[in-house]
Ligand binder design. Structure first.
Ligand code: ZN
Length: 295
């Protein structure tokens, strides 16, 4: 029975991943995700149904458009496969519960946002704002782990509300705290450097993560995402520091301008927020438990 449900969720994930690809291509450009129907981005030819089957069509067409022969981006099968794997993993981790349905929706939104931010540097409100509302509403039915909020309420000497209300409170506090933390970081950076280090999309995305995951896991994301982004940035910068090619010896401005160009461009921070949130869904609980062992 479990295997049948896992297979069904995998297929649903592939189909929704295919819809995500349309969203990723069109939402950041303010285009409709319904019309026109799927077409090749290179030649504009409409796709027939058998050229539009998730994963399979990409393989059967040997990664090329049937009409013009343009290469089809690896992003299409990657998004479909990732969505399918995440849906199946949600079921394997959380079983036949409302939490699985809620977390599948969360993964769907995250995969879309990660790829939109990576490709365009934009995190469309259609995803982040509706994610905040859905996350808050669904916490009533599939409660978050409210251990952190309970801890703070007890520390303040306050009475614990009923479980459903407690989950809603936990989800709302997490959304506000997540957004507030990065809003503060954005304001500080702006005061110091006089330019934007984060976008408002990143702030809205963190609020969405808080609404879905609750206070305990949003704290994990707030801590880990900047850390992973910093490690990534250092790894990008290191080779430039130590690489010395003959051409660069001849060009006095080469090395520093490369570095400055890199630092000036904005890192798509939403990618790191999204990836760490996906990690939080499946590993956040165990990482917290591991961390708390030291106290
Ligand atoms: Zn084409």
């Amino acid at each position: 029975m479990d295997l049948a449900i896992e297979c069904a969720l995998f297929v649903v994930g592939l189909a929704l991943g295919s819809f995500l690809n349309v969203c990723i291509s069109r939402l950041p450009r303010d285009e409709s995700v319904i019309r026109p129907r799927s077409h090749c981005p290179a030649c504009g030819a409409f796709l027939r149904w058998h050229d539009n089957i998730p994963l399979l069509s990409w393989l059967l067409l040997r990664r090329r458009c049937r009409h013009c022969g343009a290469r089809i981006s690896l992003r299409y099968p990657a998004v479909e496969l990732l969505t399918a794997v995440l849906f199946t993993a949600c079921y394997m981790s959380f079983g036949p519960t409302l939490a699985t349905a809620k977390l599948c929706l969360f993964c769907f939104l995250l995969v879309g946002l990660i790829f939109m931010d990576a490709e365009t540097g934009l995190l469309p409100r259609e995803f982040t704002y509706s994610g905040i509302v859905l996350g808050l509403a669904l916490s009533w039915f599939a409660p978050t782990d409210s251990a952190a909020t309970q801890f703070f309420l007890r520390a303040c000497g306050a009475q614990l509300p009923a479980p459903a209300l407690l989950a809603l409170l936990d989800s709302a506090i997490a959304a506000l705290l997540g957004a507030g933390f990065f809003y503060l970081a954005w304001a500080l950076y702006y005061l110091l450097r006089k330019r934007h280090g984060l976008g408002f999309g990143d702030i809205a995305l963190t609020a969405m993560v808080g609404a879905f995951l609750g206070l305990k896991l949003v704290l994990f994301v707030i801590f880990s995402a900047p850390l992973v982004a910093t490690v990534y940035a250092v790894f990008l910068l290191l080779p430039q520091r130590f690489r010395k090619t003959p051409e660069m010896d001849g060009a006095p401005t080469g090395q520093s301008s490369d570095r400055e160009r890199f630092l000036a461009q904005e890192l798509p921070f939403g990618v790191f927020l999204g990836a760490c949130s996906l990690a939080a869904v499946f590993f956040g609980e165990s990482i917290w438990r591991w961390y708390l062992r030291f106290y």
